[in-house]
Design a protein around this ligand. Structure first.
Ligand SMILES: [Fe+2]
Length: 373
């Protein structure tokens, strides 16, 4: 009898392990309804929940809302509104605590009070991050996988008592030691998969070629000064850690489009736009007259491509990796995590003609790839 119960337990355990679990990734939903693009975000989440009733949780990589530079109370209200819009996720049967794991984006951190407000809105995370970033950077295990959410858009780290100093200092991972220890410990615990998340990306794909983690700046002419070198080294260090600890993927946003590529054996998946105005890829198309934002012409972008070691050419989709796949679509991705692989499916909708904030097509499968372990 006991032997049979033991056998049954082994079978049940192996079934649940081989079946794996599903999580979703989204980013960038800011818009004009109280800081949120409610129609697009709602359409995507409804589609996601309807087609993935077994979803366990969502990770959202920042820029949920517009935020406001001078009115932190408004930013906070927008974040509470965002949570109301996302209520179907929080209330979905089978979703596990806390439902949505948030990452900080630059639009959430525009005022010195914003970090504490973010903590107040999103209290349900683990407080295991670096001392200054409790509740903003954190990590957790789920099943056979480790998840690490990294704050890349922190407020200025100077003397917070100095009220005359109002500089934000964005776009880098300050606590690299914490990250390294976290990845090392996950690896030593035998975690089969490692996923990291942050708003900023090491490999910009479009409108933010000037910033992201390499942070080359607005007027880069090809001369890499010591500040730029510091950012480049830090971004490289991050990716080297990802490679060293055999991470599956880094999931990010900030650029409002979809793009995935494998760099040194690790995937960067950029899930920008669950509603934020859609961007173009590098370089900006020559014949396109729409105003997309910060995309550059090919000639202007050359120093950036060179410093970032990108494949590039006029009219080419100029990206770090040859295996880049991208679509200018509102999107979300589903990660089906199995023992020896992860099946990633991205669903997206293209914009209405002459609009970069409204959905114009059905939401459909736009990309599928496998991360093998
Ligand atoms: Fe952003």
């Amino acid at each position: 009898m006991i032997k049979n119960i033991f056998r049954l337990l082994i079978i049940l355990t192996s079934i649940s392990f081989s079946q794996g679990f599903k999580f979703a990734a989204m980013s960038d939903s800011r818009g004009s309804d109280n800081g949120v693009n409610t129609p697009v975000l709602t359409a995507l989440t409804n589609h996601m929940l309807l087609n993935n009733p077994d979803l366990k949780f969502v990770v959202f990589a920042g820029d949920m809302v517009n935020g406001h530079k001078y009115d932190p109370e408004r930013t906070k209200r927008e974040l509470f509104h965002w949570k109301e819009v996302m209520a179907p996720v929080y209330n979905h049967p089978g979703i596990v605590w806390p439902g949505i794991w948030p990452a900080v984006g630059n639009h959430e951190i525009r005022h010195r009070d914003d970090e504490n407000n973010f903590r107040e809105v999103f209290q349900d995370v683990y407080m295991n991050g670096p001392k200054e970033q409790k509740g903003l950077s954190y990590s957790f295990d789920f099943g056979n996988s480790h998840f690490c959410v990294i704050n890349t858009d922190a407020w200025y780290y100077g003397n917070l008592e100095d009220t005359t100093d109002d500089r934000p200092d964005w776009h880098y991972i300050k606590y690299m030691d914490w990250l390294e220890n976290d990845l090392k410990s996950a690896s030593e615990r035998g975690m089969k998969h490692i996923f990291t998340f942050s708003h900023e990306m090491p490999f910009p794909i479009g409108g933010h070629l000037r910033d992201g983690l390499p942070n080359l700046g607005m007027k880069f002419n090809g001369t890499i000064d010591s500040t730029r070198q510091w950012y480049l080294d830090r971004s490289d260090k991050f990716w080297n850690l990802m490679k060293e600890y055999k991470a599956d993927a880094h999931i990010c946003g900030h650029e409002h489009t979809y793009g995935r590529q494998e760099v040194n054996g690790v995937f960067q998946v950029l899930n920008g736009s669950a509603g934020a105005p859609l961007y173009q890829f590098n370089p900006r198309p020559e014949d396109d007259t729409e105003n997309f934002g910060y995309e550059m012409s090919y000639e202007d972008a050359i120093p950036y491509y060179e410093a970032l070691k990108y494949n590039h050419g006029k009219g080419k989709n100029s990206q770090r990796s040859e295996n880049f796949v991208g679509f200018r679509a509102f999107n979300y991705s589903i990660y089906e995590v199995l023992d020896d692989k992860v099946i990633v499916k991205t669903y997206g909708a293209y914009p209405k003609e002459n609009s970069n904030t409204e959905i114009g097509t059905e939401i459909e499968l736009i990309d599928e790839f496998i991360i093998s372990k």
